[in-house]
Design a protein around this ligand. Structure first.
Ligand code: AMP
Ligand code: MG
Length: 402
């Protein structure tokens, strides 16, 4: 048996280096830059007005004493002349400040009569001006690599004049379920049949990290059929293959044999985790293969704990995990044995409105109802003597942030 950390380490050493691809900005949400993004220009590109009002020479303005209105500067169409002494220029928000002006007075403090404008009070030099380069200057590092691009980051990339971004490629995945008892959802169930559910959770869980996920459906517990399906996926160029079921060493568990026969360099681990435990991991060239347990809760938790971090690294994220999320525990956790326990947890607001995580009492790994209730997995460390309510525990998000 190996620890979760050891399993992660061994997986991480096999992650291929992410390669770049160019995507249009509109499709870059949640993608990851591999290099810093540098500003292509200076923003704002000129001194601009922060108000609708009048551009003036601050030192000349005396309250109530009119100056001559020499013209207009609008956003997109500047005042082309030079503002002379004794003049002002009508100006609108975002418009370039005319040469010769050094302040803007908002229109609410101005009175215009024909081409004479007077002001209620004298301005401070520089007032209501957005300086050139106030936001960023050409060449400045605007975005760091390794982070999932957020809507606000895309906003910034657009304002820095990028139509496309170089982001990490995402791998092609394939998911396969195996078991003679399995039938697709919606089937009239015969005796002894079980609905194949695993792929329906795994696919959306991992989709943010995939270029494409091919659902290979249900394959019988048959060596030939498994071989055909898996070889097809490998030949197609799948970069991550996930199987669920048939992974143990029972008489009808063929996944391990088949993967070996197809040249996958394979490890079979019993991992000190709960739920989960058995996992097959291997590589064939740059392709990663995960043989997940058949049990639906175990398959899902194993994918969240071990496969998702691997995919995050493959897709350029610097951190295989989400940022540390510590949340107060809403109820005591009983003592834990030598296996790291991923306790299903539901997020809640306590009486004063703060976030807390309620451990779901049901920890049976055959209980998929409680997994569906969970927003997160609470990480209870190995040999934890029990954690009292109120203590901060680390969680792995399931239904948010992913
Ligand atoms: P196995 O790993 O093949 O021994 O399967 C362990 C348990 O998980 C058995 O009860 C299977 O019926 C069940 N199981 C296997 N694959 C799936 C699947 N794709 N969806 C739902 N249950 C599954
Ligand atoms: Mg089976």
């Amino acid at each position: 048996m190996i620890t979760v950390d050891e399993a992660l380490d061994r997986i991480f050493t096999r992650i291929p280096t992410p390669l770049p691809e160019s995507v249009p900005l509109g499709r870059a949400h949640r993608r990851v830059l591999l290099k810093p993004l540098l500003a292509k220009h200076t923003q704002p590109p000129f001194d601009a007005s922060a108000m609708d009002g009048y551009a003036v020479r601050a030192a000349e303005i005396v309250p109530g004493k009119p100056v001559f209105l020499a013209g207009t500067s609008q956003a997109g169409s500047r005042f082309t002349g030079m503002m002379q002494s004794g003049e002002c220029v009508r100006i609108f928000t975002g418009a370039p400040l005319p040469i010769g002006a050094d302040a803007v007075i908002m229109q609410e403090q101005a009175t215009a009569r024909g081409n004479q404008v007077s002001f209620d009070k004298a301005p401070k030099p520089g007032q209501s001006i957005r300086r050139k380069g106030n936001d960023f200057t050409e060449g400045k590092e605007l975005l760091q690599p390794g982070l999932s691009l957020t809507p606000a980051m895309l906003n910034l990339a657009a304002s820095a004049n990028y139509a496309n971004l170089e982001v990490a490629r995402r791998p092609k995945l394939a998911v396969l379920a195996t078991g003679d008892e399995l039938v697709p959802p919606g089937t009239d169930l015969g005796p002894d049949q079980i609905v194949a559910s695993n792929s329906y959770g795994l696919i959306p869980l991992l989709a943010p990290y995939a270029d494409k996920i091919i659902d290979l459906g249900i394959v019988r517990d048959d060596k030939k059929e498994l071989e055909k399906s898996i070889l097809g996926a490998l030949d197609y160029g799948v970069e991550v293959l996930l199987t669920s079921g048939g992974a143990s060493v029972g008489e009808r568990d063929f996944v391990q044999d088949v993967l070996r026969d197809l040249g996958v360099e394979l490890d079979f681990w019993k991992i000190l985790m709960r739920p989960g435990k058995p996992l097959m991991f291997g590589t064939r060239g740059k392709t990663l293969v995960f043989g997940l347990p058949g049990n639906p809760t175990s398959a899902f938790v194993t994918a969240a704990v071990l496969v998702r971090p691997a995919l995050r690294l493959m897709t350029g994220h610097t951190d295989p995990f989400f940022p540390f999320m510590g949340v107060p525990l809403a109820a005591d956790l009983p003592a834990n044995g030598e296996r790291r326990h991923f306790v299903r947890g539901k997020l809640n607001r306590n009486e004063i409105g703060f976030l807390e995580v309620v451990p779901i009492a049901e920890t049976d790994s055959n209980h998929s109802t409680s997994l569906a209730e969970a927003d997160a997995l609470i990480i209870q460390p190995e040999n934890n003597p029990g954690t009292p309510a109120g203590e901060i525990v680390e969680i792995i998000p399931l239904n948010f942030l992913a």
